[in-house]
Write a protein that binds this ligand. Sequence first.
Ligand code: DUC
Ligand code: ZN
Ligand code: ZN
Length: 461
Amino acid sequence: MRTLFKGGTIVNADATGKGDILVDGERIALIGENLDVTADKVVDATGKWVIPGGIDPHTHMELPFGGTFAKDTFESGSRAAAFGGTTTIIDFAVQPRGGTFRQGLDTWHEKADGRTCIDYGFHTIVSDMRDDLLPEMDALVDEGVTTFKLFTAYPGVFLSGDDAIFKAMKQTARNGGLILMHAENGPVIDVVAADLVAQGTTDPIGHGLARYSIFEAEATNRLIRLAQAAKAPVYFVHMSAKEALNVLRAAQNDGLPAFAETCPQYLFLGLDDLGNGFNGSKFVCSPPLRDRAAGHQEELWKGLVKGNLSAVGTDHCPFDFHGQKEMGRGDFRKIPNGLPGVEERLDLIHHGGVVEGRMTPNRFVEITSTGAARLFGLTKKGAVAVGYDADLVVYDPNRRHTLSASTHHMDVDYSCYEGLEVQGGSDVVMSRGKVIVDNGQWLGKPGDGKFVKRERSQFLR
Ligand code: DUC
Ligand code: ZN
Ligand code: ZN
């Protein structure tokens, strides 16, 4: 099967140019001006951009959490991702406590294989970092699961001690893997949360009030120093606080290999969304949404523009308002943590980044695709280039549309951005040579997506 994309403006992280793209099978075969070639299918991209398919390095499909499961399956969540222009996700396979990393990986393969509509990789969530598992980390890195997420939050569930984190970092310094950190001081947050509940604050706003931004900064600083001592790189997931970003900037200025992502919710939503009684439970995630007046959002945008933040992930972890978020009525500590967002990432970042004049189209492509590809060893993705996977999006930078639960494809009963009008939309989405979204029409199927064995990070070679 040969497909010709004609007349588009090709936008890569490093260059923009007009040209046609010939896709042969699963790969990009030829790029040039006015290509005179035969094809089975022609996609007219006149007046549109052709960009590399989005890469979301942070999703949680079917995550067991807070006594329930994240609602999107690999099938529904990956389909929604595709409608939003994302053609690769990296999801988190959870090590069962007391078990091995491989057990977590096997469980995630059972959930995802044959069901996912776009390509996918896995990070490992380390629930229980034991010495006997250190050699298993080496094996996983060799098998394409090169990244391990540890937590300084969620005591009794995911929290690791500094000693265990340090050992894991030392192991990746040796084996070329990368430690991802959820940086918040969980035990101290629990103290503040208990005080708030004792004083009668049980509504969702308590979730935001308990998790101070300086607790994120404290953990970020501690982890940067641990990584420095271990001579290992470190990547912070879902950075939300300007104080944490300042710690990161200082480390980067010192030449340390410290990286981070942020998420759309920290750029668009705020602590005020957690108010409004129990309705605020729709916005409960960790780290929490931050006080808009304190200026976190503009600092995070600056971090994205200047390169301190390398990627935008969603932390997509959807729970229905009815039946799931409601588990925390009367005690915000029992609200399942997580927001839906895998579908809206590109359009939100395009709108806030490019349309509002903060960044170039190239930087938009870099933080939604190329950056994650390079950091996470997706060596055939993240660029419109000959020999690369034909993961392509015909993106209309002028189309305006309104985000709403009544039109989104995520399997969750609300939208965090209900009624927000954004500019920019994915018209045609191709995943490894197959058009799976054609102007709103779904042409994909479960199992179209393949597990991607990732290489070691290209930034760390
Ligand atoms: N944060 C969330 O909001 N949900 C899942 C896990 C996490 O760290
Ligand atoms: Zn996390
Ligand atoms: Zn997460």
